[in-house]
Write a new protein. Structure first.
Length: 109
């Protein structure tokens, strides 16, 4: 019984790639003629590379150390606009933390 199951599974494993190759060959022959026509007519234009470092969409990368590791660093890449928002969010969070830790005028020490 076990031998029959093993023989059947081996047959399926060997037959599947052959069937896939035959199916892929017939599909690729028909798609080759149409794919070359569409590639030539619909070439997308690459966007112009931004060289001005002050442009909001210019991508900047920087490395930040990973806490708990002496040698590992994480590379973070964002646009100038995203970096500006990142800095504002950090300043806002730290300001909020300091304000929450301060004792108010009417509070006790």
């Amino acid at each position: 019984m076990k031998l029959g199951i093993i023989a059947l599974s081996v047959t399926f494993l060997l037959a599947a790639p052959v069937a896939a190759e035959e199916l892929g060959a017939s599909n690729s022959e028909s798609s080759d003629a149409t794919s070359t026509d569409t590639k030539e007519t619909n070439k997308p234009k690459k966007p112009k590379k931004i060289t001005d470092r002050r442009h909001p969409d210019y991508v900047r990368c920087r490395s930040e150390p990973i806490i708990g590791s002496l040698a590992r660093k994480r590379r973070i890449c964002m646009t100038n606009a995203e970096w500006a928002e990142y800095v504002k969010a950090g300043a806002r969070d730290s300001r909020q933390f300091v304000e929450d830790m301060q004792v108010g005028e009417g509070g006790s020490n």
